[in-house]
Write a protein that binds this ligand. Structure first.
Ligand SMILES: Cc1cc2nc3c(=O)[nH]c(=O)nc-3n(C[C@H](O)[C@H](O)[C@H](O)COP(=O)(O)OP(=O)(O)OC[C@H]3O[C@@H](n4cnc5c(N)ncnc54)[C@H](O)[C@@H]3O)c2cc1C
Length: 436
């Protein structure tokens, strides 16, 4: 008889963990705090509209095996789309990524982007530039002052709400250096593409992105306990006892996929330095605003980036363009994303204020007509983005060496504290199960 495993959290990490463990005939149970599984992949249906309330999610990957797995799990319930994404800059729709859309800029801005890119390149070749020490320097170093100051810095300041010169380059290091040929072509208006692994993306025909989480869940749904918030974890006679304050479960092994903060909070006798390290981890929370519009088509866009700081949302997507079944016939949907931090102005604003402000903003920008809005709905997720501040590695070292000594594995976006998309999560879990 194999040992019983307790999996904490039923987001994509917990569900895919169950999926792979099940294939190896392990005994396990997934304990999920919410009424339903899926975490950030949760979708809701209101009056025929489907909204991905953890933010707009599309399925893509550089890893063909993982992509095939995700797509094949959806069976017939999948559509394939070509990305048509823009950046809204001074009222102009610029092709995404920005460096591939320079010709869409006003002439002066286009010139400045090209000029500073070339100037920067020459300085780099001459060895006049120091290697970047943080994200802000990385933007200047890689793209030059034009692209950095017109788009990358304002947009990233808006989404991260954290000083970019205090963020590590870990997240941006994986972005490829733009070939000079592409930048010149882009400036002249000769078509080039960036982030090509994402040009085509998949999306569920019905049910929003949650259909993907549900597809992982299908073979294992007998092993899931919902409405169970892990509050206390202790070890007694070699067994882990997990409690929500009312009910207890006993397991031989623990794998946590809940945020590190929530895991450490539930453990007893945690050393102060570990508590301090976990308190020092930085993250962003997310508000999504779903908007139903009484118009058959708003535009052909997949999603739009909005660096303008006078606009509350940093990104709006158009779910009914991903799948026509995302909205009732003759209607369209919009999903706006807003990041915030506990205690800031956005966190204190009511859902009604957030929805009204978002509709006003989008109306002013000409993206929707507020008189055609038939519904709005607002959701909040405490854990949305991990922030790679300059000390995060040290903090993680302290936390993970403690978890190792007590024998708990912690994986997933907030369990391993990584900017991990769905494909990275599934890959991480597959590797973990194959190694265990
Ligand atoms: C705005 C946004 C857009 C994104 N877009 C994309 C995209 O387009 N493509 C892509 O591939 N990826 C995208 N992602 C990433 C994707 O959402 C993550 O990779 C994935 O959801 C991570 O799953 P997880 O299970 O690790 O975390 P989560 O989804 O956060 O799951 C954690 C689970 O643990 C539960 N939990 C927490 N505390 C407790 C507790 N005490 N007891 C029990 N349960 C608990 C939570 O309720 C939750 O269900 C996006 C993320 C965001 C924020």
């Amino acid at each position: 008889m194999k040992e019983e495993i307790g999996i904490l959290g039923g987001g994509l990490t917990g569900l895919s963990l169950g999926y792979f463990l099940n294939q190896k005939s392990y005994k396990f149970m997934i304990l999920e705090k919410n009424q339903e599984t899926s975490g950030l992949l949760k979708s809701i249906q209101i009056d025929g509209f489907t909204f991905d309330i953890g933010g707009s999610h599309i399925i893509f990957s550089k890893d063909k095996g993982i992509l095939n797995l995700m797509v094949s799990l959806l069976g017939d319930n999948v559509v394939r789309n070509r990305r048509n994404t823009k950046i809204l800059y001074k009222g102009h729709y610029i092709k995404y990524p920005f460096e591939n859309g320079l010709a869409d800029l006003p002439k002066r801005d286009n010139f400045e982007c090209l000029y500073y890119f070339v100037q920067n390149l020459i300085s780099k070749e001459k060895g006049l530039l120091n290697p970047p020490r943080n994200m802000k320097e990385w933007f200047y170093y890689t793209f030059g002052k034009g692209i950095a100051e017109k788009y990358l810095i304002p947009y990233n300041e808006k989404i991260w709400k954290y000083p970019l010169d205090q963020m590590s380059t870990v997240w941006v290091d994986r972005i490829p250096q733009p070939p000079v040929e592409d930048i010149i072509k882009s400036s002249l208006g000769i078509p080039t593409e960036g982030y090509t692994h994402q040009i085509y993306f998949y999306y569920p025909k019905y049910g929003g992105i949650q259909s993907l989480a549900k597809a992982f869940e299908k073979p294992i749904n007998g092993n899931i306990i919902t409405n169970f918030e892990v509050r206390k974890i202790k070890k007694e006679e070699g067994k882990w006892i997990i409690s929500n304050g009312k009910q207890e479960f006993e397991v031989d092994k623990l794998i946590s996929t809940i945020p590190l903060q929530e895991l450490i909070k539930a453990l007893e006798d945690v050393p102060n330095e570990v508590i301090e390290a976990v308190n020092n981890l930085k993250f962003n929370s997310l508000i999504t605003v779903g908007i139903g519009v009484d118009k058959p088509k708003l535009n052909d866009f997949s999603w739009l980036y909005i660096p303008d700081k006078d606009v509350l949302t940093h990104r709006v997507s158009f779910p009914s363009n991903y799948s026509p079944y995302g909205a009732p016939q003759g209607k369209s949907s919009v999903l706006a994303e807003i990041t915030y931090k506990d205690g800031d102005g956005v966190s204190r604003a009511s859902d009604k204020e957030i929805a009204e402000r978002t509709v006003e903003d989008l109306d002013r920008l000409g993206i929707i007509d507020k008189d055609e809005v038939i519904l709005t709905t607002v959701y909040r997720f405490k854990y949305a983005y991990v922030i790679y501040d300059l000390n995060y590695k040290e903090n993680l070292k302290t936390i993970f060496s403690y978890l190792k000594t007590i024998g708990i594995d912690s994986i997933g976006r907030f369990g391993s504290w990584e900017y991990a998309n769905m494909d990275a999560v599934v890959k991480m879990v597959k590797k973990y199960v194959e190694g265990s």
